[in-house]
Design a protein around this ligand. Sequence first.
Ligand SMILES: [Zn+2]
Ligand SMILES: [Zn+2]
Length: 178
Amino acid sequence: VPKSSDPITIDIQPFDGIPDEAVQYVTKELRQLYSRVTVKPALPLPASAFYAARNRYRADSLINFLNRLALPRHVVIGLTDQDIRCTKNKVADWGVMGLGFCPGQASIASTFRLSKKERLQQLFKVAIHELGHTQGLPHCAVKTCYMRDAEGGNPTDEEKDFCKDCKAVLIKKDWLFN
Ligand SMILES: [Zn+2]
Ligand SMILES: [Zn+2]
């Protein structure tokens, strides 16, 4: 039985269609920051999250699905190659690179809007951003910080690390930085 003092485990949950190469890259990069990372076998995308009229998935439905799978003291990052959408500022169908509960136990990152050239590194940066939200981190004004607000674009190539303040929050939550 997990105790409330146990460090959090990050579970990577691939969805069918995401290349193994992408899962392995995100796993390797996450493990450089955080030692307790597990990789789950791939699952089919839940039909309940499919928005058939627009041929895309609801990001909020996907994180609800992942939240139900999350064990105590675990956080889940789902990885998908599909177009994911959510409602933002009254726009009902806003395309996103990722989404995470803030705070919560589930998040999702998608390769769909990422640039071909730096796709794997960008996927890692979206994943770490959404995981930051699950730990309660809000958006950050530091341009090189993983918690920068994408503001509808893709600034991930400018992101280098968590800034000092964001890192301090995660260290309090027992994140083990090298
Ligand atoms: Zn965000
Ligand atoms: Zn920051």
